[in-house]
Design a protein around this ligand. Structure first.
Ligand SMILES: Nc1nc2c(ncn2[C@@H]2O[C@H](COP(=O)(O)OP(=O)(O)OP(=O)(O)O)[C@@H](O)[C@H]2O)c(=O)[nH]1
Length: 243
């Protein structure tokens, strides 16, 4: 059993993909188990949640990216342990966009990266099956081309689907075999909250929200330290829960 002072592992998950494929909705569903349609999609944020992977507590940090077409995409490349490249099964352009991202990522020079990267290509909106234009086979073909894992889900559907995508993938790729990077170790949950709030211009613990009682053991959000140069304020979730 883990001692209370033992460091917690931290894994970084970045969601990439064309606008409107459901990246923000995916993260909000993972954090709150709810499908939420109203939020500000122009903000880039990092959200964290404590999970159990292979029976071990792990801090899962999810980055909701915007503007994947900008030249700043490289910063996700060094931040992430797992990249979830999302496309919309009802939009073939979103798969082409995902493919371009995968191509760029495959050309990235990883020798200086502090962590090994894994990628999951994820087709979203399977609840809109009647409007499907990208077959599962086509998604699998692209994933195989870039040696990625592949899955499909509906963020609008059962919350377990989204949880399984994240936790199942993390268990597969970062289960007991993986050790955390020393630069990303924190001694305890409280130290994590403290250290994050020092870095952040704001930090809020979602655990204190009565509207989230059924959700995660620990979920808080922060502005990503690596994105400090971005002049964006506020947060999708803050906006959401304060309305
Ligand atoms: N039917 C259906 N709609 C979805 C699903 N996931 C997301 N949506 C909707 O798709 C739209 C786009 O979702 P977002 O989460 O804002 O997409 P995004 O990729 O974050 O978009 P940007 O913030 O512009 O990058 C919203 O209207 C969502 O409600 C899904 O699984 N099924």
């Amino acid at each position: 059993m883990r001692s209370p002072t033992a460091p917690l592992k931290e894994v970084h998950v970045a969601l990439l993909g064309q606008s409107q494929v459901g990246k923000s909705a995916f993260i909000l569903k993972y954090l709150t188990k709810r499908f939420i349609g109203e939020y500000d999609g122009t903000l880039e944020e990092t959200y964290c949640k404590q999970e159990s992977i292979d029976g071990e507590p792990v801090i899962v940090c999810l980055m909701d990216t915007v503007d994947c077409e900008s030249g700043e995409w490289l910063r996700w490349q060094t931040w992430g342990d797992l990249f979830i490249v999302v496309y919309d099964i009802t939009c073939s352009k979103s798969l082409s966009f995902a493919e371009k991202l995968l191509e760029r990522m495959s050309k990235h020079e990883h020798t200086l990266c502090p962590r090994e990267h894994k990628t999951l290509l994820l087709g979203n909106k399977t609840d809109l099956e009647r409007y499907r234009v990208v077959s599962e086979e086509e998604g699998r073909r692209v994933a195989a081309l870039y040696s990625c894992m592949f899955d499909e889900c509906s963020v609008a559907g059962d919350a377990r689907g989204v949880n399984e995508v994240v936790n199942g993938t993390l268990t597969t790729v970062f289960g007991k075999k993986r050790s955390a990077s020393p630069t990303r170790l924190c001694a305890s949950d409280s130290e994590i909250s403290t250290s994050q709030s020092r870095k952040s211009t704001f930090s809020v613990t979602l655990r204190s929200s009565s509207r989230l009682k059924e959700s995660s053991k620990l979920a808080y959000l922060q502005k990503s330290p690596s994105l400090s140069k971005m002049n964006k304020t506020g947060s999708k979730l803050l906006k959401l829960f304060h309305n």
